[in-house]
Write a protein that binds this ligand. Structure first.
Ligand SMILES: NC(=O)c1ccc[n+]([C@@H]2O[C@H](COP(=O)([O-])OP(=O)(O)OC[C@H]3O[C@@H](n4cnc5c(N)ncnc54)[C@H](OP(=O)(O)O)[C@@H]3O)[C@@H](O)[C@H]2O)c1
Length: 236
């Protein structure tokens, strides 16, 4: 049971002509919390599962987070705890509020800032002046259009993307059925913080909905890494 081999098989079997392959990966507590407070960093994974996350990053062409995660955690999004190349960082940021000092601007690969077509022109110009790649796309009620993004990425040489969060971004990929594979680290703590799928409910379904109406990890596998339980599989 090796998640990396399973992931490689899933990426190889994917129809890359349609859109970029999407992996969801995050760490949660036993009660489903991915953070204690939405605006502050909070380490959940143990050392062994964190190393696995870095190995997973190295298997992808890009790593994607929402602006909420950049503001809360200021992640470097590099591969440091495993061998391999750091995937290209992508940030979903409709209004271009990412701070100029964000650590991802020190990444070895130039970050792609995905913004909405309505982003303030004054901020767009600031990024263009700094030679930072901006990708303007249309937006819907939940944010930037993910189907448009995934259709655009192959032309940029990005065939696979690892979505690391945060909560609203994970919910969007699941809601729009755009996740192909997922690996979730479960740490043995009760936190009562920000949940991986925030309110309101993921799907608008009637009260009579059944569990089988929701996204599922198909034929999932599990293994412990240190004190954490890691589960993975294809999302259907
Ligand atoms: N435990 C873990 O594995 C893990 C991993 C990552 C993050 N986190 C935690 O997650 C928290 C941040 O989560 P969050 O929900 O506040 O922020 P987030 O999901 O990182 O970012 C959400 C923001 O991204 C932008 N966005 C653009 N297009 C979007 C789309 N299609 N769908 C969703 N969002 C889109 C929106 O802001 P605009 O409208 O301004 O564009 C939205 O408010 C932090 O506490 C962080 O520590 C935990």
């Amino acid at each position: 049971m090796d998640p990396i081999s399973d992931l490689r098989r899933a990426i190889a079997a994917h129809d890359h002509t349609a859109r970029t392959f999407v992996t969801l990966s995050y760490a949660q507590s036993l009660d489903g919390s991915i953070a204690l407070h939405p605006e502050a960093p909070f380490a959940i994974s143990g050392a062994e599962s964190l190393r696995l996350t870095h190995q997973l990053r190295a298997e992808h062409d890009a790593v994607l987070v929402g602006i909420g995660t950049v503001l809360a955690d200021d992640p470097a999004l590099t591969v440091r705890l495993a061998a391999g190349k750091s995937p290209r960082p992508i940030v979903l940021d409709s209004s271009l509020t990412i701070p100029e000092t964000a650590r991802i601007f020190d990444h070895p690969q130039p970050p792609i800032i995905v913004t909405s077509e309505d982003a303030p022109i004054r901020r767009v110009k600031k990024f263009v002046a700094r030679d930072i790649p901006i990708l303007p796309l249309s937006a819907n009620a939940h944010g930037i259009s993910l189907p448009e993004l995934l259709a655009a990425l192959p032309e940029m040489g990005i065939r696979s993307v690892m979505v690391e969060g945060g909560a609203r971004v994970l919910a969007s990929f699941l809601r729009e059925k755009l996740a192909d594979w997922a690996l979730i680290t479960i740490a043995p703590y009760f936190v009562g913080g920000l949940h991986a799928i925030p309110e309101p409910p993921l799907l608008s379904v009637p009260a009579s909905a059944e569990i089988s109406d929701f996204p599922k990890l198909n034929e999932w596998q599990s293994r412990t890494f240190g004190q954490d339980l890691v589960v993975w599989g294809t999302v259907i």
